[in-house]
Design a protein around this ligand. Structure first.
Ligand code: URA
Length: 434
């Protein structure tokens, strides 16, 4: 077999066989297939697409390119969730503890921030002492003891995705449905959970900008998960507007704590309850309605907050921060961004708002940038709200005055103020099942 012939085949829009896909993934991971040939293949896939069988074979070949985690030392049903990435998305810190407090095990591997989107591992590391790099046996012990642990991806999990993602990032082939589906699902399958809920974000702050594309991606991922023998469903949720008010690592942890206490923003609370209900449902805890009630109960009686504190303790963090979030250090400086005219917030360019938070130090522009966990944005006005000229739209937080100018420019450009109140946008667009 020759990679040249496979590129030629895909260039003409033909489907690759299981053997060809396996040859390509194995050869790329072990260095026999060079980046330039894989780049050509990625672009051919971008334009010609992949059918369901090809996407599933690519996912399986990628999943098996490294360790497949065996979660059987953890007792009970293991449930996982994955968000396709967004701004202000701290849902894992809320849903994971809710589900764990109700007896479903969460043994989760999460990622760091990517581009304008934040990552759960970075948010968790803003809690003093907390470790996300934990050996497999200790990871299992923490989940058996406390019901939940969320760690970073271990060294040899899906090496094919690490190499392919880096190449896609520099060859403009990230936003391609079969490549996103195989990237996400290979990691979910390798991570070993029985039940998987996919939060497919849609809108200006998501990788998928339209509901149609999000639905296609959701259907592909659910079909791959189901074919691989996992219980799997997807919920398509709004990322046209940032989720909640806080953007930035410790700011988001504090908002997650308030939400677990029942004092969170309405949009964040609603999306978390929907996702938690789906995770509990997939784990066999009852009907969707019963599962929603269970999730609400775990927030109301404090058991979900206790589960978060236990997870923090299990991962060597200082759990007193969960009960006393006022202990989190604050940025030395803040700046209010003011509206320039009267009207209604009729559009928020959520990707630009994510980039503004990166400018303040809450994310990385280059791979080895150091994050300022305190930095970020608190949104005071969101989509649909009335605003007067001079009123505060958002407050920026950073330790260095110089960081404010660029972030303020981006934020002001991201807010569109119109004369009439815009139509309400749904928080949850659809649910996709097998
Ligand atoms: N998240 C992933 O893990 N992979 C993608 O391709 C896009 C988002």
């Amino acid at each position: 077999m020759r990679m040249y012939d496979l590129i030629e085949k895909k260039k003409h829009g033909h489907a690759l066989t299981k053997e060809e896909i396996s040859y390509m993934v194995t050869g790329f991971v072990n260095g026999e297939i060079p980046d330039y040939q894989m780049s050509a293949m990625l672009m051919a896939i971008y334009f010609r697409g992949m059918n369901d069988e090809e996407t599933t074979e690519l996912t399986l070949a990628m999943a098996h390119s490294g360790d497949m985690v065996d979660l059987s030392p953890i007792k009970g049903v293991k449930a996982d969730k994955h968000s396709t990435g967004g701004v202000g998305d701290k849902t894992t810190l809320i849903i994971g503890p809710i589900v764990a407090s109700l007896g479903v095990k969460v043994a989760k591997m999460s990622g760091r921030g990517l581009g304008h989107t934040g990552g759960t591992v970075d948010k968790m590391e803003s809690i003093p002492g907390l470790q996300t790099s934990i050996e497999r046996d200790e990871f299992f012990d923490i989940v058996n003891k406390y019901g939940i642990a969320v760690i970073g991806q271990s060294g040899n999990l899906v090496p094919a995705d690490k190499k392919l993602y880096a190449l896609r990032d520099v060859t403009a082939t990230v936003d391609c449905i079969p490549l996103i589906a195989s990237s996400i699902m290979s990691k979910k399958l390798a991570a070993g959970s029985d039940a998987i809920v996919l939060d497919v974000k849609t809108g200006s702050g998501a990788f998928m900008k339209t509901v149609e594309d999000s639905r296609k991606l959701a259907e592909k991922m659910v079909s791959i998960g189901t074919m691989a023998g996992r219980k799997c469903c997807a919920v398509i949720t709004n990322m046209d507007i940032p989720l909640g008010h806080a953007i930035g690592n410790s700011l988001e942890v504090m908002e997650a704590i308030e939400t677990l206490k029942g004092n969170g923003p309405a949009d964040l609370t609603a999306v978390c309850l929907e996702l938690a209900a789906n995770m509990l449902y997939m784990a066999g805890k009852g009907s969707l309605e019963e599962c929603r009630k269970l999730a609400e109960g775990a927030m109301a009686d404090g058991s979900a907050l206790d589960a978060l504190a236990n997870m923090v303790k299990g991962q060597h963090g200082d759990e007193s921060y969960i009960y006393h979030p006022e202990k989190f250090p604050r940025s030395a400086l803040s700046k209010e961004v003011k509206a320039e005219k009267d009207g209604y917030v009729c559009h928020m360019d959520t990707e630009s708002i994510g980039i503004a938070s990166v400018c303040l130090g809450a994310g990385r522009s280059k791979k080895d940038d150091v994050i300022d966990y305190k930095a970020g944005i608190i949104l005071k006005k969101k989509y649909g709200e009335p605003v007067k000229a001079g009123e505060t739209l958002a407050v920026l937080y950073a330790d260095d005055e110089k960081l404010f100018a660029e972030a303020e420019k981006k934020l002001l450009a991201a807010y569109e103020i119109g004369d009439t109140k815009p139509a309400e946008e749904p928080l949850v667009y659809d649910r996709v099942t097998a």
